[in-house]
Design a protein around this ligand. Sequence first.
Ligand SMILES: NC(=O)c1ccc[n+]([C@@H]2O[C@H](COP(=O)([O-])OP(=O)(O)OC[C@H]3O[C@@H](n4cnc5c(N)ncnc54)[C@H](O)[C@@H]3O)[C@@H](O)[C@H]2O)c1
Ligand SMILES: O=C(O)C[C@H](O)C(=O)O
Length: 308
Amino acid sequence: MKKITVIGAGNVGATAVQRMAELEMGDLVMLDIVEGIPQGKALDLMQSAPLMEYDSHIRGTNDYNDITGSDVVVITAGVPRKPGMDRKDLLKINSNIIKDVCTNITEYAPDAVVIVVTNPLDPMTYLASRVLDMPDNRVFGMGGMLDSTRFATFVAMELGCSVKDISAMVIGSHDNLMLPLPQYTTVSGIPITELMDEDTIQELVDRTINGGAEIVKYFKNGSAFYAPAASITHMVESVIRDSKRIMPATAYLKGEYGYDGVYAGVPAKIGREGVEDIIDLKLSDKQKELLTKSVVNIQSSIELLELE
Ligand SMILES: NC(=O)c1ccc[n+]([C@@H]2O[C@H](COP(=O)([O-])OP(=O)(O)OC[C@H]3O[C@@H](n4cnc5c(N)ncnc54)[C@H](O)[C@@H]3O)[C@@H](O)[C@H]2O)c1
Ligand SMILES: O=C(O)C[C@H](O)C(=O)O
């Protein structure tokens, strides 16, 4: 059995653990700073196993000793935004949490592949990679995966077709400057540019960009977690099964798309080693311009990080 740890037993973390247990992806450890919460949620999930028929063991803990030997560690620890806030408003508070969590991962699970989920996603992934002191390919973020599943959902709603035939691609930052790519978003191989007019596509693009805020507005006191947990599960599965699936990931760029030394969302091959390859897509001039804005925005957040 593989060992998967999720740090943060809140909405996203606990839902991801539930999804991964139900798929029997491995034995799971759920760690949180609050005493009792991970233990109680883990026990509750274990008591679902006879009915849902999974043999994954789930341990809830506050002790980093329990993450030793993890193959994958997912970081969901952190504060979610409330209506009226940007993800960027969480930079300071969540930086401190990422530093604490990553210092412990370095000590207790130095061989794991680490997937960052905490917002603001792109600078938090950069920060995690600096604290973790691991090869850059073993640290990446989940953001574009969620944005792409949202885009796919809206395309299916618009066309009245099955979501199963849709493959969507969103790159760039996981914020208002993300870049949904219609020419690489297909229905059974047919680009949506062949199936809808420009105005309709733009409406779906705008809804995707505002997808997180749309949910925050409903909840009032937190953010999305079902689709984020599904996105985490999809990425972790590709690592633990070494499936080498290609999906959007917040990866460390070393010249790809013309950028160096920054984390941003790009299509990547995900396997046992983490990010095993990055696909350099051909973009239109307008898309290149928008990607630059997105990356410059990530860089400006990185500059605000207090790195030793
Ligand atoms: N990247 C994405 O696509 C994406 C999607 C959804 C949510 N998020 C982000 O994920 C984070 C978590 O969201 P949520 O809805 O689960 O929030 P939540 O408040 O439900 O859960 C967060 C958990 O983190 C724990 N925590 C805080 N500090 C900790 C520490 N130092 N060590 C261990 N645990 C700690 C809290 O006790 C809490 O249980 C937020 O920052 C949110 O913005 C990102
Ligand atoms: O919107 C948020 O703050 C949470 C997450 O990044 C999302 O896109 O749902």
